[in-house]
Design a protein around this ligand. Structure first.
Ligand code: SAM
Length: 275
């Protein structure tokens, strides 16, 4: 029986092309088109933009993006075994799906999008997800080339992305994401929704770039947060020593007996600007 979109059900696709999941590639597939459609809808209106998807795999999310009206999907996949399954989708939606086979960490993504408005949507491989997010958040060009990012992470990572000061999850990732974007957890996804099921719950995070984040040099902000959270239990006058210590604290009026996790994003920006 065909699926909602007239293509064969994903379970059949996986069987036909022998796409047994490889742990080394972070493969946990989503086979329910209702769930992948929910992710696609979370990304917003896809009709007027290019969607960049990392790791389409057998194409569950890709199909949902196209079914929900994405004008074009550009997908980067490392696993050559997925070629025939993705080719079938491409034929079903002529001219609307381009797949680049390669490592998303090595492909120059900006060169692919041809200046069109972009939304990034992905059920990311867990082994490279955080690294990709940090790259997208630290883009030298700001506002960046993308309008939003809708990404699946392990719940614990998602909580770190959206964490507020004063919480255990608050750290470097929260400061970076909070500085440059409005980030929220859209919904959780239980392990059973994936094939094979991972050990932990996942969450879909939606991030929208701020048009005018507080002015700061991204590298310096990175160094300050690294120093502060590298010794998160220590007082700032100790943990910030390598980046300027007392002088920064005096210049910004921040109490040196405080700890990193109590500082707001604006206070981290002030420290970075004082370096
Ligand atoms: N999007 C599919 C879904 O939702 O069912 C698959 C998601 S699976 C969690 C991650 C996908 O990323 C796999 O297809 C894997 O082969 C691919 N992948 C892993 N590392 C990659 C990399 N460095 N660059 C591009 N794709 C990668």
């Amino acid at each position: 029986m065909a699926s909602l979109d007239g293509l064969p059900p994903l379970r059949e696709v996986i069987e036909e092309y022998g796409l047994n999941a490889k742990k080394s590639l972070g493969q946990n597939f989503l086979l329910d088109l209702n769930l992948t459609s929910k992710i696609a809808r979370t990304a917003g209106n896809l009709e007027d933009c290019v969607v960049l998807e990392v790791g389409p795999g057998p194409g569950g999310l890709t199909r949902a993006l196209l079914m929900n009206g994405a004008r074009k999907v550009i997908a980067i996949e490392r696993d050559e075994r997925c070629r025939p399954a993705l080719e079938q989708i491409s034929q079903h939606y002529p001219g609307r799906l381009d797949v680049i086979f390669g490592d998303a960490l090595k492909v120059d993504i900006t060169a692919l999008t041809g200046g069109l408005a972009v939304r990034i949507v992905a059920n990311l491989p867990y082994n490279v997800g955080t690294e990709l997010l940090i790259r997208w958040l630290t883009s030298p060009q700001w506002p960046p080339y993308y309008q939003s990012m809708t990404l699946m992470f392990q719940k614990e990572v998602a909580q770190r992305i959206v964490a507020a000061p004063g919480t255990d999850a608050y750290g470097r990732l929260s400061v970076l994401a909070g500085w440059r974007t409005d980030a929220r957890i859209a919904f959780d996804v239980p392990p059973q929704a994936f094939t094979p099921p991972p050990k932990v719950t996942s969450s879909v995070v939606h991030l929208v770039p701020r048009a005018e984040p507080l002015q700061a040099d991204v590298q310096t902000l990175g160094r300050v947060t690294e120093a502060a959270f590298g010794q998160r239990r220590k007082m700032l006058r100790q943990s910030l020593k390598s980046v300027g210590g007392e002088r920064l604290l005096q210049e910004t009026g921040i109490d040196g007996t405080r700890r990193a996790e109590t500082l707001s994003v604006a206070e981290f920006v002030a420290l970075a600007n004082a370096v």
